[in-house]
Design a protein around this ligand. Sequence first.
Ligand SMILES: O[C@H]1[C@H](O)[C@@H](O)[C@H](O)[C@@H](O)[C@H]1O
Length: 590
Amino acid sequence: MGERRKLRDDRSLVRVSTSSGIGNTPCFIYVLASFSALGGFLFGYDTGVVSGAMILLKKEMNLNAFWQELLVSSTVGAAALSALAGGYLNGVFGRRICILLASLVFSLGGVVLAWGPNKEVLLFGRLTVGLGIGITSMTVTVYIAEVSPSHLRGQLVTINTLFITGGQVVASLVDGAFSYLKHNGWRYMLGLSVIPAVLQFVGFLFLPESPRWLLQKGHTQKAQSVLKQIRCTDNVDEEYDTIKTSIEEEMRESGGGGPVIWRILTNPPARRALIVGCGLQMFQQLSGINTVMYYSATILQMAGVRDDKMAIWLAAGTAGTNFLFTLVGVWLVERVGRRKLTLGSIIGTALSLAVLAIAFLLSAQASPAVTFHPTDPSINATCTQYNFCEPCMLDPGCGFCYYENSTTVFDSSCVPVNPANTEVAVWGSCSNVTQQNSGMFWAYNYCPTSYSWLVLFGLILYLAFFAPGMGPMPWTVNSEIYPLWARSTGNACSAGVNWIFNVLVSLTFLHVAEYLTYYGAFFLYSGLALLGLIFIFSCLPETKGRRLEEIESLFESRLCICGNQGTGHAQYTRVNGGNIASDADASDDE
Ligand SMILES: O[C@H]1[C@H](O)[C@@H](O)[C@H](O)[C@@H](O)[C@H]1O
């Protein structure tokens, strides 16, 4: 079977070289990709905007910690569930209907959140938005991969992650701008997502279904006319035939009946692809991206930014850095390929996490002492017993109150935080915000440190390495490694894994930091990233430049053979804007 497929693959490589020249890429494909990637924008916006909205919301609606946590994580939890369900919806109704459905759900969620008269309605809105995010996160990449010509596929799918990070930047800018509007500012923050959602809905009323899905469902004529429409030429017979033949062959090989997930698990190439896809998504989250993003304001405060408003704007800078380096990924993905990009990225990610850990370790060792132990007999205060800032900061019930001149910290105390408003202490000199002009500071969640530059350097280094590879590649690779019959379900499972690990890592961060301290937590993430490196080095094959129909063959041999799968295939070189097949290695190692 491997031999037969190899012959077919080599044939189709030659076809690719003639049918998808780089010079004549129709711009319609960019329109399709951009409207689809609005889904990525909404994913980024809705997950990013909530931290700023919560600052206003908790005061206006008097939310306790439980409700704050619920409103933040309900969206991610709902996304995990709907990503899993999205596989079924995609298979039955197609990509276009799922994108339409998701944008409708996003719009509804946005309206509910902007109106939200009480916290229960807000919870409903956040759950609704989460349902939209889950479906979008697994559908958009599949759709873009299926409509793209193979030489542009990686770049176009990666644009979706660029839109995710773009959504996160816009969310932090909107948070910054509306944070000045103390009353109802959160309604604008949460409600503005309606605009891109409606735009995407209207756009997709006019955009076509994926030709691959149409063919799989037997709508042959429609599939052919859509292919002509998106390639802007009538000359699509070769591509059409290749897709059709491989779908027929896949149907025969996939082993007929039973639920798709069962067929994936019992079909060795599809099972291996699923392991690689889910593994990548798991390691993306285990390398701590959302902890770094979510706690960037705290990290920046440690790095010496004392003003709250300034910290909010600089957090937008963090999101902006993530966005800019994702752009580097879009540029690199078709040049260096997925495997090298992901490997380079995870090595740098592991190293920069170690730099962050060392920065936190040095900060902890140089932690300022508590010089003043105030007592209030009416309050049971374990806080006042701490002798250094470090243990005080790690206790969620306490904060560090201090004075600072240009070089030294003095008159410092550790006092209980006000549970209703963590910006002030319950009692003592930091209990009154208006006193904060007097050179006195209230540090909740961080300690003043002279290693601030190292913390900041670690943060930027982390984003510079993570964003081009580990950010987008798990999504990009997942959109291309499954055969058509397994694509929806495979992507649903891997997106579900992404969301589940997203919740796990962000919900456990503060507890992990409490038990292991900040530096322990970052050493842990660095170790997990190293495990990810071993996994990626061993199991991720290169998919660059191959047709979706050929990629299955990369998983025919044993999994985890150091990315050597398929070296016997023809590679193609670009000469003068065309793809020329060259027989790089004639030996058949399958
Ligand atoms: O690929 C994206 C991207 O890197 C985002 O910045 C991150 O917040 C998401 O969790 C991730 O899936």
